[in-house]
Design a binder for this molecule. Structure first.
Ligand code: MN
Length: 274
């Protein structure tokens, strides 16, 4: 699972959750220009925080879109669905052969700690991983006035490395880049997700017809003082690379649950094949 077996230029599919017209995916494509043959399949509209949602009750449409990088035009489709829909549709319908690598981003805003679960950016890469493809999600930890240049350079470096080495089966890389100019980034760190949660409140407001509506608001709380976390890396000016997987089984919990009233005839101690 790395460079094309034929030795041809690797095929790289780009996706995101901010939508195909967002500046982040344009910066990503420009940054990866020359690394391989690029394809862009991404939601037509912003799909941030949709997580791993897929569309099953409505049709999904794809529209060809003009998309340029410095070396020329790139085949691109806008999809009327979610990030996960976009990757599925790209791999099953739009591309004539599967990509060697899927890169999702560059997201505007971090996807660290518990936010990985809500992220459409990460879910596009996770979907690729489920399909057996190597995948990377890239996010820039800046909401306000994102400068994607440094994040693009790191995306190129990490994507090139992944194409050369391949990733472990079932594992994707969640990359977060601190909001700093390239020369002020300290380096790159392999991290784990920090334990965290949102302390949430809803703003209760009233619409013009006097009916109440609610707007989710909250404060992010880091519950983890570890040094090897994604949040710690970003705070200290490092690019954070967290290997993640979609298998949510809590393998460490089996021992502590062993005394439960489970049917003992049901046994299989083999770990799942990738
Ligand atoms: Mn987003």
């Amino acid at each position: 699972m790395s460079v094309s077996p034929s030795g041809d230029s690797p095929r790289i599919l780009l996706c995101n959750d901010d939508g195909i017209h967002a500046p982040g995916i344009r910066s990503l494509a420009t940054a990866l220009d020359g690394v391989g043959e690029l394809f862009v399949v991404a939601p037509t509209t912003e799909q941030s925080a949709v997580g791993h949602a897929i569309t099953v009750r409505d049709p999904v449409r794809a529209h060809s879109i003009e998309f340029e990088v410095p070396s020329g035009p790139v085949p691109a489709w806008g999809v009327t669905g979610t990030p996960a829909d976009s990757v599925k549709l790209a791999c099953h319908q739009l591309l004539d052969a599967p990509p060697d690598l899927v890169v999702s981003g560059i997201n505007q805003g971090p996807n660290t700690a518990v936010n990985v679960l809500y992220s459409g950016t990460v879910s596009a890469a996770t979907e690729a991983s489920i399909l057996g493809l190597d995948a990377i999600a890239v996010s820039l930890c800046d909401w306000s006035a994102p400068q994607f240049e440094a994040a693009g350079r790191w995306a190129r470096r990490i994507a090139t490395w992944a194409l050369g080495h391949g990733l472990p089966p079932g594992v994707l890389l969640n990359v977060n880049v601190p909001a700093r100019p390239h020369e002020e980034i300290e380096g790159v760190a392999l991290t784990r997700q920090a334990r965290s949660r949102w302390e949430e409140g809803f703003d209760r407001r009233t619409d013009p017809a006097d009916r109440p509506y609610y707007w989710l608001a909250g404060t992010f709380v880091n519950l983890d003082n570890g040094q090897k976390t994604d949040l710690s890396a970003i705070e200290r000016g490092y690019v954070s690379v967290t290997p993640i997987q979609h298998d949510m089984t809590a393998y460490d919990a089996f021992d502590s649950l062993a005394d439960g009233d489970w049917d003992v005839s049901f046994q299989d101690d083999a770990t799942p094949e990738a």
